[in-house]
Design a protein around this ligand. Structure first.
Ligand code: GTP
Ligand code: MG
Length: 132
């Protein structure tokens, strides 16, 4: 059983998609172990996206991620990390398949609805970062 860190981003909260996204996660057989709505500190977002600090979109990404509340979660189950990445779809919504969360709800790579850890090691780090 793995645990992964998931975040419904501010665009999806604003667009009232929390329920539909949570329903998809539960329907997949994964279990939501923790869930909380919160507005992120900029320093936390900068740390979370530190691997992108030299990208031209980094400032805008941090603005976006602090622009309103997010819903952060710990999700568990068999292969939870990979299963959530499949459920989410590609980073760029233009490449995300229909039926995936990003494919169905996101239109823009700057605001792509959901975050999910990309590997087990990062899942552990992110759960500690966001839930302490
Ligand atoms: P996250 O689950 O949010 O971490 O996305 P990811 O793991 O699929 O992608 P990555 O960690 O590489 O990028 C993090 C976030 O930066 C993405 O979700 C996008 O919002 C943003 N991002 C990544 N690449 C681009 C890009 O080429 N252009 C823009 N504008 N934003 C990008
Ligand atoms: Mg990532």
């Amino acid at each position: 059983i793995e645990k992964t860190f998931i975040m419904i981003k501010p665009d999806a909260v604003r667009d009232r998609k929390i329920g539909e996204i949570v329903a998809r996660i539960e329907r997949s057989g994964l279990v939501i172990e923790r869930m909380e709505m919160t507005t992120l500190e900029r320093a936390t977002v900068e740390e979370h996206y530190a691997h992108l600090a030299d990208k031209p979109f980094f400032g805008g990404l941090c603005d976006f991620m602090t622009s309103g509340p997010v819903v952060k979660m710990v999700v568990s189950g068999l292969s939870a990390v990979a299963k959530m990445r499949t459920l989410m779809g590609a980073t760029n919504p233009l490449d995300a398949a229909p039926g995936t969360i990003r494919g169905d709800f996101a239109v823009d790579v700057n605001a792509n609805v959901i975050h999910g850890s990309d590997c087990l090691e990062n899942a552990e780090i992110e759960i500690k970062r966001f839930f302490g």
